[in-house]
Design a protein around this ligand. Structure first.
Ligand SMILES: [Zn+2]
Ligand SMILES: [Zn+2]
Length: 269
């Protein structure tokens, strides 16, 4: 069974310059772009970063015609405090195939900012405290998304060990997962977190936990911002899931979940 990467960005995201035609050239049967929707984004001087979804809809026609590919309409919704109504409003006109939910910033700084990026930073533990509280708020405000993206985003750049993260935030993260499971929101294995930011051990903690709480929806997302990262380390993440007795991953289209047996998974590239 063919599988597609459910976390990809192009030039329609504020932090990517990837051309959609580079992805098109991979000649995939199905693919999706999950562009960043981040309002009041401190990374871009507080502006509303709203992807041009109409552009994606235009691309969909060309993808079918010229590449025999079906391009699905995705979005990565970045939630920050007080934005739920505006975010829902921005998304309302579109029929998304899949919506990813993230917390990237708190209106003052991005949770991956370091001192070089912002002079408004708090102490790392204060940043992480806020991140986790915000994540819980996010899953409460957006029960209708399909995937929780990179649950570990707020821990990516800090020196706190994985063990200490689990010790300090384990209980709150458990609440986040319970809320996701109640709303059928899938758990994403994020290549960038696991490979680029070395958070494998956090995922080794979270996967069996999510499963033991009754979670059965898992997805793989590379978080590619350039085509070279498409389906990055998917074979490794597949093995990781198998190791924990997870037998299926889920693909979304028209917000419907389709389960795919991990053992039968093939990666197009
Ligand atoms: Zn993200
Ligand atoms: Zn992303």
């Amino acid at each position: 069974m063919l599988f597609y990467d459910q976390h990809c960005h192009t030039q329609l995201s504020f932090d990517s310059e990837a051309s959609p035609w580079d992805y098109a050239a991979l000649n995939l049967s199905v693919l999706t772009f999950t562009e960043h929707l981040d309002l009041d984004n401190p990374v871009t001087g507080g502006q509303d970063d709203i992807p041009n979804f109409n552009q994606t809809i235009t691309w969909q026609e060309t993808f079918v015609k010229d590449y025999n590919s079906r391009l699905l309409l995705g979005v990565e919704v970045g939630y920050a405090p007080g934005q739920a109504d505006r975010l829902h409003e921005v998304m309302a006109p579109y029929d998304f195939d899949l919506k990813l939910l993230s917390c990237h910033h708190n209106l003052r700084y991005d949770y991956m900012d370091t001192a070089a990026d912002s002079n408004q930073l708090d102490e790392p533990t204060v940043m992480m405290d806020q991140y986790v509280a915000q994540l819980l708020e996010a899953v409460e405000a957006f029960p209708d998304v399909q995937i929780l993206a990179h649950f570990d985003y707020g821990f990516r750049v800090h020196a706190l060990s994985d063990e200490d993260v689990i010790e300090r935030y384990g209980q709150q993260l458990t609440e986040v997962f319970k809320r996701c499971i109640a709303n059928e929101i899938a758990f994403e294995l994020n290549s960038k977190s696991i490979i680029n930011y070395g958070k494998l051990n956090l995922y080794r903690w979270a996967i069996p936990l999510y499963k033991s709480l009754g979670g059965h929806l898992f997805t793989l997302g590379s978080d590619a911002h350039k085509v070279e990262d498409y389906q990055m380390a998917f074979a490794q993440m597949k093995d990781l899931l198998l190791e924990f007795g997870v037998e299926e991953v889920v693909l979304y289209e028209a917000q419907q979940a389709h389960k795919v047996a991990l053992k039968e998974l093939q990666f197009e590239s």
